[in-house]
Design a protein around this ligand. Sequence first.
Ligand code: MTE
Length: 336
Amino acid sequence: MLIKVPRGWELPESAATPERLYLNRRALLGGMAAGSLLALGACDQAPPEPRSTDLAGAASGSSDAAVVDPSLKYYPAAKNPAYADAGRPVTAETLTSTYNNFYEFGTHKQVWSEAQALKIRPWQVKIDGMVEEEQLLDIDALFAKMPFEERIYRHRCVEAWSMVVPWTGFPLAKLVELAKPLSGAKYLRMETFMNPRMARGQQQSWYPWPYVEGLTMAEATHELAFLVTGVYGKPAAPQFGAPIRLHVPWKYGFKSVKSIVRFTFTESRPRSFWEELGPSEYGFWANVNPEVPHPRWSQASEEQLGGERIPTVIYNGYGEQVADLYKGLEGEALYM
Ligand code: MTE
């Protein structure tokens, strides 16, 4: 099977990254845990040394942007007690905000500084396809109609690393309600912005930009499907996919599309960014399952950012809530 692109994130990090860099990240994470980050010195391959101003920038976008962000008034949002405890410790923000996948800004994990180029206002969201009426909404007008809450969810990347983050946002079902889809709509397709001048990764023409993901209507209206606008009790920094991204915690992380500008209701199954690149490795469903290996590595366990390697759990531990969605679909490639 041919994928004609550089494939850094498709490999487990130990395999994909030159060992020197891999060891540096391990050292960094270990060093952070031990509070001895400075021991790394000026190693040019490690994430930037976190000066206090950098950390503020990494965690919240530039401080100027945070001051003028019109959505600040929604934070901190009420915690949803049903998702107050993910059964694992919350991952430090210093780690999750400096170790990201956002190919629009580069294929490496320390993409957060490049991602500060993302202009998150003005931002419009289009709702189209099989809906009663097409809508073009200013992001803050959309936010004003939505019930903000905080949920702590586990996140499992297909690369076999994981994290736990307190996400703020609202149920995707609420946006579906606002969209008024027609009864024939079977899928929801979501699309990231397209702006190669701002996001230089999009100048790499061998990728099928813009980034696209999709869910069935049953998945999109499931209680767990969440549109994220903030993290750690404040508006999301650009690298997390500001100003609005998806989080579907029972699926591999690549389903959780960032910086969405378009929601399209459709009869036909959308073909996603990664499916387009590697259909034999990345499917539509992408439900977490430790027993179904990726064609090139095991999915049996995962490395927690800043923590231990632990066994992976089917549906990332959300099976009780979501397994019913897949009854009768056993013939489908549900776990890739
Ligand atoms: N969305 C867009 N638009 N571009 C991306 O590169 N990466 C995906 C997903 N959403 C990606 C994206 C992958 S592979 C993962 S694991 C998560 O975002 C990473 O989210 P995080 O950076 O907040 O950890």
